[in-house]
Design a protein around this ligand. Structure first.
Ligand code: FE2
Length: 417
């Protein structure tokens, strides 16, 4: 099958280009391509970017916020965990699949084609993981899903937690998870980071740790995760999610920490809407923002991306799967809004996410790569972000997932036309 997607704008290109696709792969990219093909579509000169990547989402929790007993009155992370723990007993594979499917559909319709989801395995039946493993296969034509074997209630907060994480890996999870700041003692938190790395090496998996998701400036598991993965040479396969405490560390310690972070090459995932909501809850005023040092991480040349984290669950009552909203909040909270920042802002929900997921070799609008991209209702990246534009088209392996007509406004007023 030969297809020509005509007339799109790419970041950094002064004129529109055409994308020629053969059998689902970009064959040639350039202006005014003269090729014989089976199908030609004009995309109207809109900005084309690689599909959005949601690097951090809890699909097994979505749409449980309004469930009986799940209401989180304090709005803290710890009450969220407590409410989930108390109400998760009755979930079934079918029920999780139904909710997760609804959330995935929401995300795909807003340009997402790659999701890394965490699956809580601290449930002896491992229901959430079973459901998400089935969906990973069933929906692979629409979205690529990576799954983290995630011990929401800790690896060492009760007996057998670490074994459940390993069981999740044997069942087919892609990444090892952890939550060291939630373990009951610092030593157990450290032990869980060691175990995470050990399991990743043993089963040849990636790592994605909920790391220091707290305002406690004494929560310092990031240094251990970075050091261990640096020593093992697996930093690029590792993601540190949240790292909120990094925003509270004193500057002398943060300066020292930056060295091993850079050496390790680990990836950072920040969830701006989630953490501006959850953190700072024990502060009066001044009230902390709860985000990691996004700006400093970018300036140091390290990789960081954004994720949605929650969609209506006991941790966070909102969330729509629209990564443009997450991005808009993120750049405000992190104060990364120079015009150079705007130019590169979409990287935080596209290429940086792909690098975190270790899929860069199969991702991007480049000859020889799978022909997957989205178009945005703008003709350049700065306007796209400033105006928070929507996604018009989503193409996966050379086929449209959907097309959306631009908004039409009806008015008789000359001024508004
Ligand atoms: Fe999370």
């Amino acid at each position: 099958m030969k297809k020509l997607f005509k007339n799109v704008r790419l970041k950094g290109c002064s004129q529109p280009v055409d994308l020629y696709v053969e059998n689902g792969v970009f064959k040639e990219i350039g202006p005014y391509l003269q090729v014989k093909c089976d199908d030609t579509v004009d995309l109207g000169g809109k900005l084309a970017v690689p599909p959005y990547v949601d690097a951090h989402l809890h699909l097994d929790y979505v749409y449980t916020a309004r469930k009986e007993g799940a209401r989180n009155d304090t709005g803290t992370l710890f009450e969220g965990i407590q409410r989930w723990s108390e109400t998760k007993g009755d979930i079934t594979v079918e029920e999780v699949k139904e909710r997760a499917k609804k959330a995935i559909k929401q995300e795909v319709l807003q340009g997402v084609q790659f999701i890394r989801t965490h699956a809580d395995v601290t449930d002896p039946k491992i229901t959430g993981l079973k459901a998400l493993l089935e969906l990973r296969e069933e929906l692979k034509d629409y979205v690529t899903i990576q799954i983290v074997s995630f011990p929401q209630e800790g690896m060492y907060a009760y007996k057998g937690g670490d074994e459940l994480v390993e069981e999740g890996l044997k069942m087919g999870a892609d990444c090892v998870g952890g939550i060291p700041h939630y373990e009951f003692a610092r030593e157990f938190g450290e032990k869980s980071v060691h175990k995470t790395v050990e399991l990743a090496l043993k089963h040849d998996k990636m790592i994605d740790v909920h790391c220091d998701e707290t305002d406690d400036e004494q929560s310092r598991f990031l240094e251990l995760l970075a050091t261990l993965t640096y020593m093992e040479g697996i930093g690029e396969k590792t993601a540190a999610s949240h790292t909120c405490a990094f925003g509270s560390y004193n500057n002398a310690y943060a300066f020292k920490l930056m060295k091993v972070l850079g050496l390790s090459k680990i990836n950072f995932i920040s969830c701006p809407t989630e953490n501006i909501y959850l953190q700072g809850r024990f502060d009066t005023y001044p009230k902390r923002r709860g985000l990691t040092r996004v700006k400093e991480i970018i300036e140091a040349g390290m990789n960081i991306c954004f994720g949605q984290d929650s969609i209506e669950d006991p941790w966070y009552p909102a969330g729509s799967g629209n990564l443009m909203i997450v991005l808009d909040h993120g750049i405000h909270i992190a104060q990364t809004m120079s015009f150079d920042d705007f130019e590169n802002a979409l990287d935080l929900i596209t290429v940086n996410g792909a690098k975190t997921l270790n899929i860069s070799d199969q991702y991007g609008i480049e000859e020889g790569k799978p022909a997957s991209f989205i178009t945005l209702n703008a003709d350049n990246p700065v306007d796209a972000v400033l105006r928070r534009v929507g996604v018009l088209d989503s193409v996966r392996n050379g086929e449209f997932l959907f097309r959306r007509a631009p908004e039409v406004i009806t008015t008789n007023l000359e001024f508004l036309k």
